[in-house]
Design a protein around this ligand. Structure first.
Ligand SMILES: [Zn+2]
Length: 268
């Protein structure tokens, strides 16, 4: 079974030229959506990636911040009409921690009509994650874990894609108590808020974020083979990929990957 990562968005919570970080793990069995970004743009990103949103049966929301959760409400709004006329036959699993679940249900109550949400609730199963819970999604075993974030409660996951160990670490600088979790991983997905030379402009550290340099240095010490950096600012336009890759690569012996929005990452 061949799996790949389709980056729907790669920006941080304040970007407008980039969509907020979210992606799909795609294989022959289906599409697993990880986070939803913060707007209706999620639907366009799926369309541009040739993914029919009506076929998404598994969604993971890492944490309850705007740039990860709000796209879900636009997804609900769009699919509800197909649920109501019986066109969505399979159940939809939403994997999240209890804080995220509470946020989704609480916000939905105020911003979407009861009729619409009742249709959604008739089709959706919220699967509340505890630390180290494992689930098989589209034929792949995922272990979800609490990343021990300094901010709001946040989960990441570990899985094997194409026989490679991949660890997704959400959007905070990795807490040192989690270092053992990523040691020697084939692929790590870690945020990089800005370039190191621009930390004084974007203040990554005070937001519990990293620079391309600081993330790469730590991942290098942990003997990670391939480092995927995302959740960046968007002031560098087409230069961004090169600038971030160069800074990361200077501090990392393996391969640094800085995807563009809509880029497909092959796990090899
Ligand atoms: Zn974020």
């Amino acid at each position: 079974m061949n799996s790949k990562i389709i980056m729907l968005g790669t920006g941080n919570g304040g970007t407008m030229d980039l969509y907020n970080t979210c992606f799909v793990i795609q294989n022959e069995v289906g599409n697993f959506l990880v986070d939803t970004g913060g707007s209706i743009e999620i639907l366009r990103r799926l369309e541009k990636s040739n993914i029919d949103y009506k076929t998404i049966n598994n969604i993971f929301i890492s944490h309850s911040h705007t740039d990860h959760i709000l796209g879900l409400f636009w997804f609900f709004k769009r699919i509800s009409r197909f649920v109501m006329c019986g066109q969505i036959t399979e159940r939809i699993n939403i994997y999240c921690n209890e804080v995220v679940c509470e946020a989704i249900k609480g916000v939905a109550k105020y911003i979407l009509p009861d009729k619409l949400m009742n249709a959604i609730y008739s089709k959706v199963d919220f699967i509340i994650l505890n630390d180290k819970d494992t689930y098989n999604i589209n034929g792949i075993d995922y272990e979800f874990f609490d990343i021990q974030a300094k901010g709001t409660k946040q989960f990441g996951f570990e899985c094997k894609l194409n026989d490679k160990r991949l660890v997704f670490l959400g959007d905070e600088t990795l807490n040192p108590i989690m270092y053992d979790k990523v040691k020697g991983a084939d692929y790590v997905m870690h945020e990089a808020f800005c370039l190191d030379s621009e930390e004084n402009i974007f203040h990554a550290y005070e937001k519990n974020h990293s620079t391309a340099k600081s993330a790469s240095e730590v991942m290098n010490k942990l003997d990670v083979k391939n480092l995927i950096l995302y959740h960046t600012e968007d002031t560098h336009g087409i230069e961004r990929k090169k600038l971030y890759t160069n800074e990361g690569q200077e501090n990392f012996d393996g391969k640094v990957i800085v995807p563009e929005d809509l880029e497909v990452i092959d796990i090899i």
